[in-house]
Design a protein around this ligand. Structure first.
Ligand SMILES: CC(=O)SCCNC(=O)CCNC(=O)[C@H](O)C(C)(C)COP(=O)(O)OP(=O)(O)OC[C@H]1O[C@@H](n2cnc3c(N)ncnc32)[C@H](O)[C@@H]1OP(=O)(O)O
Ligand SMILES: CC(C)C(=O)C(=O)O
Length: 557
C-alpha cells in the first residue's frame, strides 16, 4: 500500500484576474439548460441504457422542458446511432427542441455523426478535443499549435458537412475538453480559432462550452476562469458561453452557479447528477436552488417522484435518500425541536404569504410531496411531531397539555420498538391511554335538567349490570363530575378542558379532552361522540375509569 501522502499533489494554479465582478452578481434568470443525461450520464453507466430506456428518458427530458438534449455519441456506438435515427425518422423531437450529439474532432467520426443526423430539423453538433497541459503532453504528445490545429480542422469539418445539409437548422458547439486543466489564455486562443472558422453572428451564435471535465479547485477559482474567459474571448456577443461541470470535489452545482454569475449563459448537466466518476452537475439541484430563491428555473420539476423513478430505472443507480430536493428523507424531520418549529411555522403559513417555514427551504407540496411525510416520529422526536402526525392523519388537534402527556408514551414505544412510530400506532397508544371512557364503567342513558343549577342523572354500565348516579353543578360537566365524585367517593376537579369538531373521517363528530385532578393525582381523558356534551362527560368518565382501574390494581397487589 502506498502511503497517504498529500505532498505528492500540487495546488491548482489560479488564473490571474483583476477586479473580478462575479462575487457581486446574483442569479435572477434561468440559464439555457442542456441535458447530457443520454450522453455523459450514459457513458458513465455500468450498463449503458438500452434504446427503450433512452426513449423513456428522452420523453422525460422533453416533459421537464429541456430545449437542448444531447442524445448520444452516434459515431461511437451503433445504439446511439440507431437511437438518433429513431428520433428523427419517427418524428419524436418537438419542433422547439434541438437534439445535440457529441463527436471527437476527427473527420471520419464527424462524417458518421452527420449521417446520424440526416433529416433532423434542428441539431447541435458538439465537437471537442482536450486542450489541457496533461493531455497535450501525455495523451496527444503535441504542442499547443498541434492541439489548436485539431480543433480548427474539426471545426472546419463540422462546418463543411453542415453546408451540405442546409435543410437542417445547425448550431455548432465546441468544447476545449479539460478546460479547468488548461491555461485559460490558451483555452481562449483555441476557442478564438474555432470561432474564426465558424464566424458566428449575434443572430446565429455558436456555443463555446467550458467543461470542468475534472473539478480541480474551489468554485471561486472556476468562476475566475469563466469571467476571465468571457472578458478575453472574441465575438462575445456572437457566442453562447456554456458550462459543463463535474462533481469531483462535491461542488459541481456551486461551480456552475458561480460560473453563471461570472458570465455564462448556458448550463449542461444531468437530472440528479449521474455522470462520470462523482457525476455531472445536477440540474435538479441547481434549478431548485433558483426556485427556492423565487427565480423561475424554466424547468418543470413538480413531479419529482416521476423524475426519480425514471432516472433510477434507466441508470440502474439508486438515489440517495438525502439527495437535495429529491431524496425520500429530505423533507422529513425526526428531531423534536425541528418538528416543533416546523409544526408552528406550518400553522402560520398560508397560501397568500411568502414561504417561511423553519427547516424547509421549499414547500414539499411543490415537488409532489405531502406534509404527512414532513414529520416522522422516532425516539428523537418530541411532542410537536406526535401532535403534527395525529392532526394530519386523523384531525386530532391535541391540546398542548395532552401533547405533553402523550409524548413520553410514544417515546417509550419507539425505544422498545426501535424505530419510526407510524401514525396508526400513535393513535392506538392515544386511545389506549386516554380514551378509557368505556371500561370498567361505560356511560348508559343519561338526562340533564336545567334549573337554577344543572342536574344530571346517569346510568353507568359495569360488569353486566348498571348503577345510577346523580349530581348537580353549574353546567353539565360539573354536574356529572359531582355525580362521579359522590358515587366513587373521590374528589374530581377538572383542570383542563378542550373540544373541537372532527373534520377527518367524520363531519358530524366532536372530541373532548379533559385533564382532571382526582384525589391529588392528574389523569387525562378523551372521548368522541356525535354530541359534544356526551363527548365531554365521557372524557371525564375516562379519567375516573383510570383512577378506578389504578385503585383496583393497587388493591390486587
Ligand atoms: C470528457 C468526455 O466525456 S469526452 C467523451 C468521451 N466519451 C467517449 O469516449 C465515449 C465514446 N467513445 C468511443 O467509443 C471511442 O473513443 C471512439 C469510438 C469514439 C473512438 O475510438 P478509437 O478510434 O478507438 O479512439 P480513442 O477514443 O481510443 O482515441 C484514439 C485516438 O483519437 C485521439 N483523440 C481522442 N479524442 C480526440 C478528440 N476529441 N479529437 C481528436 N482526436 C481525438 C486520441 O489521441 C487517439 O489518437 P492516437 O490513436 O493517434 O493515439
Ligand atoms: C465533452 C465534454 C464537454 C465533456 O463531457 C467533459 O468535459 O466532461
Amino acid at each position: 500500500m502506498t502511503s497517504f501522502d498529500h505532498t505528492k499533489y500540487r495546488p491548482f494554479e489560479p488564473v490571474a484576474i483583476e477586479n473580478r465582478t462575479w462575487p457581486d452578481q446574483e442569479i435572477t434568470t434561468a440559464p439555457l439548460w442542456a441535458s447530457v443525461d443520454l450522453r455523459d450520464g450514459n457513458q458513465a453507466l455500468v450498463e449503458p441504457m438500452t434504446v427503450d430506456q433512452k426513449k423513456e428518458f428522452f420523453k422525460l427530458l422533453v416533459d421537464v422542458g429541456f430545449k437542448e438534449i444531447e442524445v448520444g455519441f452516434p459515431a461511437a456506438s451503433q445504439l446511439d446511432f440507431d437511437f438518433t435515427r429513431w428520433l428523427i425518422e419517427e418524428d419524436q423531437v418537438p419542433d422547439d427542441v434541438y437534439i445535440q450529439v457529441l463527436t471527437q474532432a476527427r473527420p471520419e467520426l464527424i462524417e458518421r455523426t452527420y449521417e446520424s443526423l440526416k433529416g433532423a430539423k434542428k441539431a447541435v453538433v458538439h465537437v471537442y478535443n482536450s486542450t489541457s497541459k496533461t493531455q497535450r503532453e501525455q495523451v496527444f504528445r503535441l504542442g499547443k499549435d498541434g492541439i489548436k490545429d485539431i480543433a480548427v480542422k474539426g471545426a472546419q469539418c463540422v462546418k463543411d458537412h453542415a453546408e451540405k445539409h442546409p435543410e437542417t437548422e445547425w448550431v455548432f458547439q465546441y468544447s476545449p475538453e479539460s478546460f479547468t486543466g488548461t491555461e485559460t489564455d490558451f483555452a481562449v486562443e483555441v476557442c478564438d480559432a474555432v470561432i474564426d472558422v465558424w464566424q458566428p453572428t449575434p443572430e446565429k451564435k455558436c456555443i463555446i462550452n467550458l467543461p470542468a471535465t475534472v473539478e480541480v479547485a474551489t468554485p471561486n477559482r472556476f468562476a475566475d476562469q469563466i469571467e476571465y474567459f468571457c472578458r478575453k474571448v472574441t465575438k462575445r456577443d456572437s457566442i453562447v458561453i456554456s458550462l459543463h461541470t463535474h462533481n469531483d470535489r462535491g461542488c459541481g452545482v456551486a461551480a456552475a452557479e458561480l460560473g453563471l454569475m461570472a458570465g455564462a449563459d448556458r448550463i449542461e448537466g444531468t437530472l440528479l447528477g449521474n455522470g462520470e466518476r462523482t457525476g455531472n452537475m445536477d440540474v435538479v439541484t441547481m434549478a431548485m436552488n433558483m426556485y427556492s430563491q423565487g427565480v423561475d428555473p424554466k424547468l418543470a420539476l413538480g413531479d419529482m417522484d416521476r423524475i426519480v423513478s425514471v432516472v433510477q430505472s434507466c441508470t440502474q443507480l439508486p438515489i440517495h435518500p438525502r439527495h437535495p430536493y429529491a431524496g425520500e428523507l429530505v423533507f422529513t424531520a425526526f428531531s423534536g425541536s425541528h418538528q416543533d418549529a416546523i409544526k408552528k411555522c406550518l400553522t402560520n403559513q398560508t397560501d397568500d404569504k411568502p414561504w417561511d417555514v423553519a427547516y424547509l427551504p421549499i414547500d414539499p407540496r411543490d415537488v409532489g410531496r405531502s406534509y404527512q411525510e414532513v414529520i416522522r416520529v422516532n425516539s428523537q422526536s418530541g411532542k410537536g411531531g406526535v401532535a403534527f402526525a395525529l392532526e394530519q392523519e386523523y384531525g386530532l388537534a391535541l391540546p398542548r397539555w395532552l401533547q405533553v402527556e402523550l409524548s413520553p408514551i410514544i417515546q417509550r414505544f419507539s425505544e422498545e420498538d426501535g424505530g419510526v412510530v407510524e401514525a396508526e400506532d400513535m393513535k392506538r397508544l392515544f386511545e389506549q391511554s386516554f380514551m378509557t371512557g368505556s371500561s370498567p364503567y361505560a356511560l348508559g342513558n343519561y338526562s340533564l335538567t336545567k334549573d337554577e343549577r344543572d342536574k344530571v342523572t346517569a346510568a353507568l354500565n359495569h360488569a353486566g349490570g348498571s348503577v345510577n348516579i346523580e349530581g348537580e353543578g353549574n353546567g353539565a360537566l360539573s354536574a356529572f363530575t359531582a355525580a362521579l365524585s359522590d358515587h366513587f367517593n373521590i374528589r374530581v376537579d377538572i383542570v383542563q378542558y378542550q373540544e373541537h369538531a372532527l373534520t377527518v373521517g367524520s363531519d358530524s363528530q366532536a372530541i373532548a379532552y379533559v385533564q382532571a385532578n382526582i384525589d391529588g393525582e392528574r389523569f387525562n381523558g378523551a372521548a368522541i361522540d356525535n354530541d359534544i356534551v356526551s363527548a365531554s362527560i365521557q372524557a371525564v368518565l375516562a379519567t375516573v375509569n383510570q383512577k378506578v382501574a389504578e385503585a383496583s390494581q393497587a388493591s390486587v397487589a
